[in-house]
Each structure stands twice: as structure tokens, then as C-alpha cells.
Design a protein around this ligand. Structure first.
Ligand code: GLU
Length: 431
């Protein structure tokens, strides 16, 4: 899953490049550009963690707050062996645009720990979570910066972190973190929210393009939290997912799993580990064709849903996308490299950009904060109904602007988001 080009891909450079282009179009003044093209604060630290065998391992942790002019910084926390500060910077910046495009009163942040949770026992993961909080607690808080789950982190990780923070502070502060378990301050619908939100935007895009969801095919990269719930709701709309690409921990490689008449979500879940990795041998037994990693991109489907990691569609593989593909819904953050993005545009493929398509997670996190603050919890239908309203309104605002000004959806989403954040910075007198 790498770009294969000579200079290693750098997500932060890609995010800055996207920002510079929109800043130019919006004719932002120099201070606003300078402020917004880099994070306002970033923390990089060591987390000494006691392992089960009694030894101590030092993990590297990051938290980056890109901008908090519109409200407390907000964003997930990833556990990944290849995590870098630059990737976290890019993801923090995209969080700022994400919260702004759906118009929730939050800024953007992201965190990461360089680790592979597959190799850590639950006890070790708990101590790592608590260690993370101890290192950064003074710089987090319900009104400062609010973490959430992301790649390979779950509601259990959030609860350990909350418990550590509340213990340090000596009070209950459920607004410290979102994505908490239901019954422990979490919101119903939060787990499904990102994947469902992706499908709300697909539904709107299909309407706009005059296509019916019914009978439409999709191929998905990833089988984590975002992908699984996108597959679920897409199926409920009458669509068929024919291929899923995902990591196989035992083989230490990714593969695509295909069933031409449609993958069965429950069946695939039964052969999946808790990090969304599919066991290849067991999938084969269930009748799935096991294809190379790249096959998900080459399928004859109308919709592609990259819902794994950044830079998965890039200059070296963009041409292998099948001519049948009409829509790409970016479930992951930053799955399309800049050159590939240009190619998709010139091929007329309709891209629903990441920070719009996958904004359902943070929007539901915002609902979770509202519920936690009121200490009154909504029914699941109310959460998902409000999520649909918010996502659909954001989609329509972006697509109206895109049509009116003949912009790509990504450019229109950027214009709306950057304008809102720049205005907040100006109104506060920062620039
Ligand atoms: N990690 C999710 C994202 O990338 C959600 C962040 C949040 O809920 O704060 O959007």
C-alpha cells in the first residue's frame, strides 16, 4: 500500500498544498495563510509503559492542535506502527476543515501513538492509554482539546483515558473525550456514525448524478469501523458491495476479498479480528475469492469507498480504476494523493472529499458532547436523524457551490471550510 514514487509521500505537504491552492483562490491575506497552513500547537512526547513481562517500553506519542478559533480542538487518536508527526499534522488540519464544513463549533486536532496494538495485551494497551493521558493532560480538556477513537482505537481505549484524566483531576469530566461506551457517557449511534455518514453523502451524490442506489455496486478498501458500517447502510439502501480489501495480520499483507453477488457483512465479521483484519484462510473457506491488495481499486463497480488509510489512490495506481466507476466516497482521511485527484477530476469521476464524506464521526462526537453536558441521552433514531440532517445540509451547501462555480467538490468544500475558519480567526483579532 505505498505510492512507489521516489520521494516518500508526505500527507502534511499534501494537506498544505491543498490549503495553499484554496488560500490563493480566496485571496486570503498573508497572516491568515501563515496561521492556517501550520498547527497552532503541537506536542511530541515519550510514554514509558510497563509490559506484562516486567520490562518497560518507551512509546512515542503526538498530539497536534491545528486550529481552535471556532471552538475546542477536536479529533481522533490513532494507534499505528507507522505513525509520524507529519501525518498527525495533516490529519489535525483536515479535522479543522471537517468541523467547519459541517458547521459544528469545534476546531481541529489529532493524536497518534507509534505502536501496533496487535502486539499488545489488553493490560499493556490500558497502561499505554493511561500513560498517554498523563503526558498530555494539562493540554487537553473538555474546553481545550477533546480526543476520540480513530484507526485501531476503540471505546474501551477512550474509557481508560477518561478514567485516567478524571483521576488526575479528581472530578467527573465526561466531556474530556468522545466515542465513550454507551452507558458510560457515550452516544448511541456513535460507532456507526462515520460509516453511515459516508453513505448519507453517497445517497445525495447518486441523487445528484441521477443514479439509483438500488442495484449499484461498490468496492471498499478497509474493514474497520468506518468500512463495516458503510457496507451495512449501503446494503440497506439496496446497493451491493462486491469487494473488500483489508489487512491480514497473519500474512502481514493486505488482500482483496470478492463475492460477485455481494459480500455478507455478518459472515466477514465472523472472520475478522478486533482491529478489522480479515483472516484470509477462513474467508476462502466461506467462498470468497482472495485477490491481490490492489484488486479492490480495479473492480467493475459504480462506487469506490477507500476507508483505510491515507494515500491509497495515487499516481501509480489511479489509471487502474475501472471505467464503470462514477463516484469515489472518501471514508478515510486523505486517501487520494494530489496527482491522482487531478486525474480523477479530468476523468469526470465524482469525488466526495474526505472531510465532508467522513464528517459523520465528529458530528456525532459533537452530539455526544451535547448529551454529556446536559446529562441527558437521546434515542438512537434521534442521533442518526440529526446526523443525517447535518450531513445532508453540508453536502447540499458544498454541491451547490461546486455547481454554481464549476468547482470540484473538494475545492468547494475547502472554500466553505477555510472561509469559516479564517473568519473566526479574523473576528477574534488573531489575523
Ligand atoms: N476520528 C474521527 C475523524 O477522523 C472522529 C474524530 C472525533 O470524533 O473527534 O473524523
Amino acid at each position: 500500500m505505498s505510492s512507489g514514487s521516489t520521494k516518500p509521500y508526505n500527507s502534511f505537504e499534501a494537506a498544505q498544498q491543498q490549503f495553499d491552492a484554496v488560500a490563493e483562490r480566496l485571496e486570503l491575506d498573508r497572516p491568515a495563510r501563515e496561521l492556517l497552513r501550520s498547527p497552532v500547537r503541537e506536542y511530541s512526547f515519550s510514554i514509558p509503559t510497563r509490559m506484562d513481562d516486567g520490562s518497560v517500553r518507551i512509546f512515542r506519542g503526538f498530539r497536534v492542535q491545528h486550529n481552535d478559533a471556532r471552538g475546542p480542538a477536536k479529533g481522533g487518536l490513532r494507534f499505528h506502527p507507522l505513525e509520524t508527526l507529519d501525518t498527525v499534522r495533516a490529519l489535525a488540519m483536515w479535522m479543522t476543515w471537517k468541523c467547519a464544513v459541517v458547521d459544528i463549533p469545534l476546531g481541529g486536532a489529532k493524536g497518534g501513538v507509534v505502536c501496533d496494538p496487535h502486539d499488545l495485551s489488553l493490560g499493556e494497551q490500558e497502561r499505554l492509554c493511561r500513560g498517554f493521558v498523563r503526558q498530555i493532560a494539562p493540554n487537553l480538556g473538555p474546553n481545550v482539546d477533546v480526543p476520540a477513537p480513530d484507526v485501531m482505537t476503540s471505546s474501551q481505549h477512550m474509557l481508560w483515558m477518561l478514567d485516567e484524566y478524571e483521576t488526575l483531576r479528581g472530578e467527573r469530566l465526561p466531556g474530556f473525550i468522545t466515542g465513550k461506551p454507551v452507558g458510560m457517557g457515550g452516544s448511541l449511534g456513535r460507532t456507526e456514525a462515520t460509516g453511515y455518514g459516508v453513505v448519507f453523502t453517497i445517497r445525495e451524490a447518486l441523487k445528484e448524478l441521477g443514479l439509483r442506489a438500488d442495484g449499484t455496486r461498490a468496492s471498499v478498501q478497509g474493514f474497520g469501523n468506518v468500512a463495516q458500517y458503510a457496507i451495512e447502510l449501503f446494503g440497506q439502501l439496496g446497493g451491493t458491495v462486491t469487494c473488500v480489501a483489508c489487512w491480514d495480520q497473519r500474512e502481514q499483507a493486505a488482500f482483496s476479498y470478492r463475492k460477485r453477488d455481494g459480500v455478507d457483512l455478518a459472515e466477514l465479521r465472523s472472520v475478522t479480528d478486533r482491529f478489522g483484519g480479515i483472516d484470509q484462510a477462513r474467508a476462502r473457506e466461506l467462498g470468497y475469492e482472495v485477490l491481490p491488495d490492489s484488486a479492490w481499486l480495479e473492480q467493475e463497480v459504480e462506487i469506490l469507498i477507500p476507508a483505510a488509510l491515507e494515500n491509497q489512490i495515487h499516481r501509480d495506481n489511479v489509471e487502474s480504476i475501472h471505467p464503470a466507476v462514477k463516484v469515489i466516497a472518501e471514508g478515510a482521511n486523505g486517501p487520494t494523493g494530489p496527482k491522482a485527484d487531478e486525474d480523477l477530476h479530468s476523468r469526470g469521476i465524482f469525488v466526495i472529499p474526505d472531510f465532508l464524506a467522513n464528517a459523520g464521526g465528529v458530528t456525532c462526537s459533537y452530539f455526544e458532547q451535547v448529551q454529556s453536558n446536559a446529562n441527558y441521552y437521546w434515542a438512537r433514531d434521534e442521533v442518526l436523524g440529526n446526523l443525517d440532517l447535518k450531513m445532508t445540509a453540508a453536502y447540499i451547501a458544498v454541491s451547490d457551490l461546486a455547481r454554481r462555480r464549476e468547482l470540484a467538490m473538494r475545492d468547494a468544500a475547502y472554500e466553505i471550510a477555510v472561509t469559516r475558519v479564517a473568519k473566526a480567526c479574523r473576528d477574534r483579532g488573531w489575523v
